[in-house]
Design a protein around this ligand. Sequence first.
Ligand SMILES: Cc1cc2nc3c(=O)[nH]c(=O)nc-3n(C[C@H](O)[C@H](O)[C@H](O)COP(=O)(O)OP(=O)(O)OC[C@H]3O[C@@H](n4cnc5c(N)ncnc54)[C@H](O)[C@@H]3O)c2cc1C
Length: 397
Amino acid sequence: MTTALIIGGGIGGLTMALALRCAGIEPLVHEAYDRPDDYVGSFLNTASNGLDALRAIGVDLTRHVDGVPIPRMVLSSGSGKRLGEVANGTRLPDGSVSVCVRRGELQRALRAQVRASGIPLVFGKRLDTYRTLPTGVVARFTDGTEASGDLLVGADGIHSRTRALLHPDAPAPRFTGLLSVGGYSEGTGLAPTTDTQHLVFGKRAFFGYLVRESGETYWFANLHRPDEPDRRDLAAMTTDRWRRHLAALFADDTPVIGRVLDHLVGEIGAYPVYDIPTSPVWHRGPAALIGDAVHATSPSAGQGASMAIEDAVVLAQCLRDAPDTTTAYTTYERLRRPRVEKVVAYSRTLSNSKTAGPVARVLRDLMMPVALRYFANPASHAWMYDHHIDWDRPVAA
Ligand SMILES: Cc1cc2nc3c(=O)[nH]c(=O)nc-3n(C[C@H](O)[C@H](O)[C@H](O)COP(=O)(O)OP(=O)(O)OC[C@H]3O[C@@H](n4cnc5c(N)ncnc54)[C@H](O)[C@@H]3O)c2cc1C
């Protein structure tokens, strides 16, 4: 039986393992962290197209995660003026909609599926290098151990080591000019925002939040940063300093934000946002890339996890149906590249609209209700959300 070395046990790598098993290929997952990284520092949107792609390989995520169904997003200005609303995905035939879920929770659920399938998943295996043999590939890890297989899939995220080895001249991830900060609050007294995530174009920064039926509030803020922040500076920011900084940034906006910030629980996480608009090389010899490793997207479109999931399912189909690995990889790239590059570009446009100067802000608040009437039409986003993968249908090379 063909064996595949998967580098990275994140959202893409775990889905890859499950999809390969369905395709009759034996996966072996290697994760750099010493143990499961179920930190709860941020949450993400698993869009309806990502849920649908998981169902193609028999995984009904909505049954396995503690997620918050979010079929719509309401947009308002910092003053609280409602600008309009947009759909967050489409409703699947059984009624499921996109869910917001803590990243660690999503990984835990996928890992449980991998374990239940008996797929080997080893921690503490950070890829150092790999070499190609006439019969396959040998991966070497930083702890000095090796693993061999017929092929290798790099699912090792935005700062992918596999990408650096496969294509040393690959363009570096691009800083988008945004810093994403987020966390959780409790006891805000705000009413549950059932089915809805609120997005606020504040005077100085962008804020998003949802309130669960329990009262727990998930929130994030996007701050404009012309220069790439130094990681040491970010690491030095305490939660209390962040809270004071955010309170000052949003002081002139709707008081709802102040209430969320006054009732924080746990730590605030902060991440510079990068994307990779295009990667010239997706595969070489026995190795291929999926997910953030090859096309990271900024989080504004809420599609990063879903794109990694779709990649994994389509690559497994290609490996199942193609006569050889090279044909499988070429077909995979042909099927995926146009879609993911369109999503990355679209998300970048949304990111750019989040921070505007005073003049642009006035224009935006005037124009947005008109624009949103177009975007509120489900057909305007059908290309992104209505993507369906038919697992049983053979993939043509
Ligand atoms: C703040 C923030 C908010 C986001 N919000 C959203 C959202 O709302 N919706 C959405 O869909 N996406 C969102 N994303 C993006 C989403 O998290 C990623 O797109 C998604 O996780 C990509 O999956 P992946 O498997 O490609 O990479 P990852 O999930 O990053 O997994 C990569 C894995 O590889 C491991 N690894 C790294 N190097 C090595 C190595 N050398 N050897 C072995 N293992 C290695 C890492 O430890 C990690 O476990 C957000 C991201 C951030 C930072």
